[in-house]
Design a protein around this ligand. Structure first.
Ligand SMILES: [Fe+2]
Length: 415
């Protein structure tokens, strides 16, 4: 894309004067903006979530996923190596691997059976030298130059990250030291195991999902379950932090109780007499250092790393045009968790996913946001809760992390 998009001077793409306090609605709908996001954000100098190392335990195990809009294969290519290659045959562009997961000795395109080693190098071209001295590839054809496109990969305490760009700094530097500490609080080097998946499509712009997890203000209002049972509520000790760029964020909070007090009395969604038919979902065991019971990390742009009581989940954002994204939830446990802990984490996973007691609310309200935003590109959102400054806070009545993300977004987008 050329540099012709400018905020000022292009009708419908004017950034509001109150630069940090407003978000123009065209950022969620404009196809040219979306194309630039793919180029500069998703395929630019950012680490993207691919999956968990535990998903491909043996050499030859692979799993397909999508980074930005580009299909890739995560494959264990050697005992200590995970490769991420583009799922696009170098011959004629076929997305040759259609299954979700499997195990193979080679990666073979069905169209003309070009064969690739697990690390993506091209090892077989049928009839390369022709048949009975007729046809075939020209003599200067060099298979070494025609391997699958390989991404840079870092496997960091059980999580596989990849980037399309050579300019991306090492992962730890990309997170920054503050977020490295948050990351390693849960991803501490112990082996992980997968408990299960949820998948959904949400008809809304991908940034609305990032905003949702950078927005503690809504969590204590929208979610009846959170508010009533005290998992995330404005009267609890909490904090919002971000990295120096403002792109990554974390919501931290400490669990409270189902109690009527000066704050909950004012909440429409608080229900003092609501009871759980099966209270085992709230069977919580303290396991991480510190007092906080929730750490919701947004790693820009592709994933939410969720620790809510004992449930542990990665939530992968896969954009599908400006108006929708696929959302893949991977619920995990530590490989050495005893059976009762696995069961506890699995039960608590019912809070999340497309039909979760909590997350169903988010999926619906994000869709409703897009419905309101899409027909009104000239209008803008107001994000001044907590002021206009961008920085860490010790409470949840703020939209500071949303402002931080857009400050970074505008920088990268050149807007
Ligand atoms: Fe929410």
């Amino acid at each position: 894309m050329d540099g012709s998009i400018t905020a000022a001077g292009t009708p419908g793409r004017v950034w509001p004067e109150d630069a940090d306090g407003r978000i123009p609605y065209w950022v969620y709908t404009d196809p040219e903006i979306y194309a630039r996001e793919l180029e500069r954000i998703w395929y630019g100098p950012h680490w993207l979530y691919v999956g968990l190392e535990a998903e491909v335990p043996e050499v030859g195990d692979w799993r397909t996923t999508t980074l930005g809009e580009r299909p890739v294969i995560m494959v264990r290519s050697a005992p200590d190596t995970i490769s991420v290659v583009e799922n696009r045959c170098r011959h004629r562009g076929v997305k040759f691997c259609q299954a979700r997961a499997g195990r193979s000795e080679q990666l073979i395109c069905p169209y003309h059976q070009w064969a690739y080693a697990l690390d993506g190098s091209l090892i077989g071209v049928p009839f390369r030298r022709g048949v009975r001295r007729q046809g075939g590839m020209p003599p200067d054809f060099d298979p070494k130059a025609w391997g699958l496109n390989r991404l840079r990969v870092e496997v960091v305490n059980g999580v596989v990250w990849a980037t399309f760009s050579d300019a991306t700094p090492p992962f730890r530097e990309y997170l920054g030291e503050k977020f490295w500490r948050h990351y390693t609080r849960v991803y501490d080097g112990r082996k992980l195991a997968v408990l299960g998946y949820n998948r959904q499509h949400i008809p809304a712009n991908w940034k609305l999902m990032q905003e949702n997890i950078k927005d503690p203000y809504h969590a204590g209002l929208l979610h009846v379950f959170f508010v009533t049972f005290g998992l995330f509520r404005a009267d609890q000790k909490s904090a919002v932090e971000m990295d120096e760029e403002g792109r990554h964020g974390i919501l931290i909070s400490r669990k409270g109780e189902q109690e009527l007090n000066d704050v909950t009395a004012d909440m429409r969604t608080f229900q003092a007499d609501l009871k759980l038919a099966d209270p085992r979902i709230m069977d919580v065991v303290k396991e991480f250092p510190g007092e906080e019971t929730v750490g919701m990390i947004t790693v820009f742009p592709s994933v939410i790393l969720q620790q809510q009581i004992n449930s542990l989940t990665t939530r992968h954002i896969i954009p599908k045009g400006p108006s929708g994204f696929d959302f893949v939830w991977t619920h995990w446990c530590y490989a050495d968790d005893p059976p009762e802990m696995r069961l506890r984490r699995t039960r608590q996973a019912n809070l999340f996913g497309p039909a979760g007691f909590v997350s169903a609310d988010d999926g619906e309200v994000i869709e409703m946001s897009q419905q309101g935003i899409a027909p009104a590109p000239w209008d803008s959102a107001l994000v001044t809760m907590g002021g206009r400054e961008i920085g860490d806070t010790q409470h949840m009545v703020t939209e500071t992390a949303i402002r931080g993300m857009y400050r970074y977004w505008r920088k990268v987008m050149g807007l």
